[in-house]
Design a protein around this ligand. Structure first.
Ligand code: AHG
Ligand code: MN
Ligand code: MN
Length: 314
């Protein structure tokens, strides 16, 4: 019997969330196919290389970042279920103005942009919140979150109602089909951190890293695309860290577009997350481009990390 498709799964298992949730998931599936069609032609498409522009973080915007941001933001704004859209590539959120929207969606349209040109895994991250006066909502209010991973296969994983399910894009059926049901975080001890920043790390971070490295229990893995690193952490286990450091008092990763959605997913899969001293889902963002330090992974490894009192940043 053919495996259940994403669309069928959402209708059958998330029926209590009704048509609006199904509409959002349809938009994400359609967007994933658009981006997959581009990345499969890496080197041949016009959306290759640097756009020449910079975003609100002062980072170079790749042509694919700009294309993906426009494609996803516009598709969401045209979706009746959507009230507002916030994106890593937008200075301020956009309102749909449709009057029917019940959700705000935040996204990182292309995560891991530095890997685009070298054909390494990249992703898309999304967080779905109830409509509110502001996009600046705590992660604890998330209804659902997830990611699309453009790798050897294209995958879509999402968390809702305490469960995480994963879908693989089947090119024959031209749709996502269920491939990872009710995912629980693995138990292996992989650690992922950019150790090139060693000299910038605070003493607490250095002590922690020295401890786990000398334990002989850990293996290092670092993709440099958060979606890729979190996907491995989810399936295999481990810990992913992007800490505050002497130059970056709040680390690098963005609360609304990266940290909250992926922390929510990892926690729903039985893992844990910390921004130094606080659960990132309890942080109310004070600005759209807020960065926070983050460590997430298995409960045991996050607890061990916490015991070294890493700096939470500002
Ligand atoms: P983005 O491509 O959306 O700007 O995100 C890049 C992020 C994240 O994907 C990754 O974990 C991290 O930046 C890597 O940063 P370093 O290159 O500093 O390790
Ligand atoms: Mn990113
Ligand atoms: Mn990005």
């Amino acid at each position: 019997m053919a495996r259940i498709t994403l669309h069928e799964f959402v209708s059958a298992h998330n029926a209590e969330l009704g048509q609006p949730f199904a509409e959002v998931m349809d938009v994400l599936e359609s967007f994933a196919k658009t981006i997959q069609a581009k990345v499969q032609r890496n080197g041949l498409i016009e959306e290759s290389g640097d756009s020449g522009g910079t975003n609100v973080y002062g980072e170079n915007v790749q042509k694919l970042d700009a294309f993906a941001d426009g494609a996803l933001t516009n598709a969401l704004l045209a979706c009746p279920a959507i009230h507002a859209v916030g994106s890593e590539e937008l200075e301020t959120p956009k309102l749909s103005g449709n009057g029917t929207g019940i959700y705000t969606l935040t996204h990182d349209p292309v995560d891991g942009s530095s890997n685009i040109d070298t054909n390494l895994p990249i992703g898309t991250i999304f967080g779905l919140y109830p409509k509110a006066d502001s996009v600046l909502q705590k992660g604890n209010t998330l209804v659902a979150s997830g990611y699309i991973l453009y790798g050897p296969s294209m995958l879509l994983f999402y968390a809702v109602n305490g469960t995480v399910n994963g879908f693989t894009f089947d090119p024959d059926r031209e749709t996502f089909v269920l491939s990872y049901e009710n995912v629980r975080i693995g138990e292996k001890k992989y650690y992922a951190i950019n150790e090139g920043n060693w000299e910038l790390f605070f003493e607490e971070e250095q002590k922690y890293l020295t401890t786990i490295k000398t334990s002989g229990d850990f293996t290092a893995r670092y993709v440099g695309s958060m979606v890729g690193d979190i996907h491995r952490t989810l399936l295999k286990g481990g810990i992913f860290i992007y800490p505050a450091d002497k130059k970056h008092e709040s680390g690098k990763l963005r609360l609304l577009y990266e940290v909250a959605p992926l922390s929510f997913l990892i926690i729903q899969a039985g893992g844990d997350a910390t921004s130094g001293v606080i659960n990132p889902l309890e942080l109310t963002p004070v600005k759209h481009d807020q960065r926070v330090p983050i460590a997430m992974g298995t409960k045991v490894l996050v607890e061990q990390y916490r015991s070294f009192s890493p700096k939470g940043g500002k």
